[in-house]
Every structure is written in structure tokens, then in C-alpha cells.
Design a protein around this ligand. Structure first.
Ligand code: SF4
Length: 313
């Protein structure tokens, strides 16, 4: 078994989960959370058991003292304003690397540029980024074909930003098309695809060509987990699948297996990777080798209401 490293939780996910747990400890139950705090069913169910209540809309939050936590994916400005208007106790667990993209888009807009956002339609992070700017200021591009067909208002005043959890290679191809068509387009100083997405994809590439199959532990609605299965296939792995839990493994597919790659998306806890390892250990003679692409020591401070108490501890 070739175990990818890094895998699983990133700094933004750790911060978001810590935020909900701190809110529960400080304010008691219920703590409302807008959208899944991170895209992982196991994490969401664990927090529900502790007293978190997940909602999709602020209308579902009664006017009470109970706090509302915004998920790691970020929220449109209108949601923040609505919470402020209703005097809700809002705690923003948006990943700082998503907030960085929001600020970039705002700066470009203030300088008179329209924004091209490379990302996936309907993903909460994309909805949050589009919602930082007035309607019509952001055009969403999902594919090379979209980039080739884009007809901006002023091709000389354009900037691009991206979702943080995209495929590094696919995005580079889309950016190349945009740059070829719009010579003056401005981009981020460093790519918006975050360190965690980049490192997890790099580790998968190192393993994919040696593995007969690859298992990615993660949820189907987790963008970065989905990308890991695509990266594995594209890097030469004959078969790659996303599983949420060991019970989802389709054992009939495997049979005699020489080498298996295993990784986990940024929102998948290590306990679920261990569950998969144990399930294989029950059926195969297992030798585990870790393949490392990067060392990670990134850590983000908690959102403001908890930062001061953290400093005092
Ligand atoms: S995947 Fe990247 S952007 Fe998303 S929460 Fe983790 S560090 Fe932040």
C-alpha cells in the first residue's frame, strides 16, 4: 500500500472544525452552522451529535443568542450583511486562503477590471466569491471551452481568480487559453489553488503510475477529493475511486492486487483512512509505504471571537 503524504485535513479544515467546537464549548447548544462546515459526512455527523445544527439559509436560524458559524467555503457579502442586520452572533470560519481570493477579486474590481473566476458552478466557494462583487462583475469559467468562448465587456480590463481546490494542471490549461486570448489579463501573484490542494495532488501523481488502483477517502461533494481521483487517473493509475467509508469499497473490483495507492481529501479525517487500511489488512497481506510530496506545517489562527482567549491561554 502506497500511502500518500500529505493527505487528509488541511489547516483551513482544522480551523473550521475547531471553531464549531469552541463555539459549542463557549455558548452551549445549539450552535448553528451555515452549510456543511467542511464537506465530510462523518465530520458533520460528529458535530451534530455534539449540538451543532446545520442549516442552508439564515431564515432557519431563530433570532436567539445562539451563534451562527459560516463554513470554510466562505459566504457572499449579502449573507454577512443579513446576519449583521438581524444582529445574529456570526462567526466566520471561512478559510483565510478563500478570503485571500475574495480580497483579490475586490481589489481588481476597484481598479476597474471585470473578474474571470475559474471554478465549478454551484460550489459554495464559487457562490461566495461571486457574491463579493456586484452582479455582472464576475464571469464563471469552468472549462477550456468556456475560456475559448468568453466574450468580456472590455478584453483589456480583465483579471482572473480561481477556486482554491481545482486541479492544478487543468487550471493551468484554462489560464493559458485566457492569456492567449486576452494579453492584458492580470492574475494572482501566487496561484489561488491552495497549498493543501497542490500538495495532495502532487503526492497522488508520485504514486499513481506505480499503483494498480487508487482509493481516495472523501465525500462526493468535496471538490478537492474529486480532483484527487481525476489526477490519479490522468497520472496513469488504471482505476481510482472515491469512498466515504470502508464499507463502500467494492471488493469485487480488486481480486489479486499488487499495489494500491491511498489518499484522503482535505476534509476527510485520518480515522477514516485507518478504517480503510484495516479493511485491506483483513483481506490482504499488507506492507505500507508512505510516499511524501511535501512537509506541511501551516496553521491558521482561529476566527476573532476565539483569538483573544487563545492568546490568553
Ligand atoms: S482546501 Fe485549501 S482553501 Fe480549502 S480549507 Fe483547506 S487550506 Fe483552505
Amino acid at each position: 500500500m502506497l500511502l500518500c503524504s500529505p493527505r487528509g485535513f488541511c489547516a483551513g479544515v482544522v480551523r473550521a472544525i475547531d471553531t464549531v467546537e469552541r463555539a459549542l464549548a463557549r455558548y452551549g447548544r445549539p450552535v448553528y452552522v451555515r452549510h456543511e462546515i467542511v464537506h465530510n459526512k462523518y465530520v458533520v455527523e460528529s458535530l451534530k451529535a455534539k449540538g451543532a445544527v446545520f442549516v442552508e439559509d439564515l431564515d432557519e436560524v431563530p433570532n436567539a443568542d445562539a451563534p451562527i458559524v459560516f463554513s470554510a467555503h466562505g459566504v457572499p457579502k449579502a449573507v454577512l450583511n443579513e446576519a449583521k442586520g438581524r444582529l445574529l452572533l456570526a462567526i466566520d470560519a471561512t478559510c483565510p486562503l478563500v478570503t485571500k481570493v475574495h480580497r483579490e477579486a475586490e481589489i481588481h474590481h476597484r481598479r476597474g477590471r471585470d473578474i474571470v473566476l475559474i471554478g465549478h458552478h454551484g460550489h459554495p466557494e464559487v457562490i461566495g466569491t461571486v457574491g463579493q462583487l456586484p452582479e455582472g462583475a464576475v464571469s464563471l469559467v469552468e472549462t477550456i471551452e468556456d475560456a475559448a468562448a468568453l466574450t468580456p465587456r472590455d478584453p483589456a480590463r480583465l483579471a482572473y481568480v480561481t477556486q482554491t481546490t481545482l486541479s492544478v494542471d487543468d487550471t493551468a490549461e484554462i489560464v493559458a487559453v485566457l492569456k492567449r486570448r486576452f494579453h492584458d489579463i492580470v492574475g494572482p501573484h501566487r496561484q489561488d489553488i491552495c497549498y493543501a490542494t497542490t500538495n495532495r495532488q502532487e503526492a497522488v501523481k508520485r504514486v499513481a503510475h506505480e499503483a494498480d488502483a487508487m482509493i481516495v477517502v472523501g465525500s462526493p461533494n468535496s471538490s478537492n477529493s474529486q480532483r484527487l481521483t481525476e489526477v490519479a487517473r490522468r497520472a496513469g493509475c488504471p482505476w481510482a475511486a472515491l469512498v466515504q467509508r470502508a464499507e463502500e469499497i467494492d471488493w469485487a473490483r480488486f481480486g489479486a492486487l499488487r499495489s494500491l495507492g491511498v489518499t484522503a481529501g482535505a476534509s476527510a479525517p485520518e480515522v477514516l483512512v485507518e478504517e480503510v487500511l484495516d479493511a485491506f489488512a483483513e483481506r490482504y497481506r499488507l506492507r505500507v509505504e508512505t510516499v511524501s510530496a511535501a512537509d506541511e506545517d501551516v496553521c491558521f489562527p482561529l476566527p476573532r471571537p476565539f483569538r483573544d482567549s487563545e492568546a490568553a491561554e
